[in-house]
Design a binder for this molecule. Sequence first.
Ligand SMILES: [Zn+2]
Length: 138
Amino acid sequence: MHEFAIARALIDVAEDAARRAAARRIVGLNARIGVLRQVDALLLSEAFAAARGGTACCDAELRVEPVQTELECPACRAAFNSRAWDWRCPRCGAEGENPRGGEELELVSIEVDDDDDSGDSQGPGEERPRRRREPCPV
Ligand SMILES: [Zn+2]
């Protein structure tokens, strides 16, 4: 259910952003999710596929960029990324501290497509790209 709630939330934010941008269709969602959120990527993509029906995201593809937790080693001062829940320094084995990142759960941008599927009736001088990226400020 965790992943389903996240999928719903991402779709809600994407629909809002598409409305603001007066976009016809959402074709892609670009999200960042921190490792500490313990989101299962496969479950999330299944949940997204189930949740997008009947929404503005019904044809959209969800792309998730995982965000690692950056740690600092108190012993040798190395900076490194945690591996899941292993916070040990890869150089000296000390427990890392000052974690940064890994808690993200945000929709960064959506890709929208203004192709209205009504044939090749695009008038001349149509300069606006049909497919464009809209940022989703958090
Ligand atoms: Zn170290």
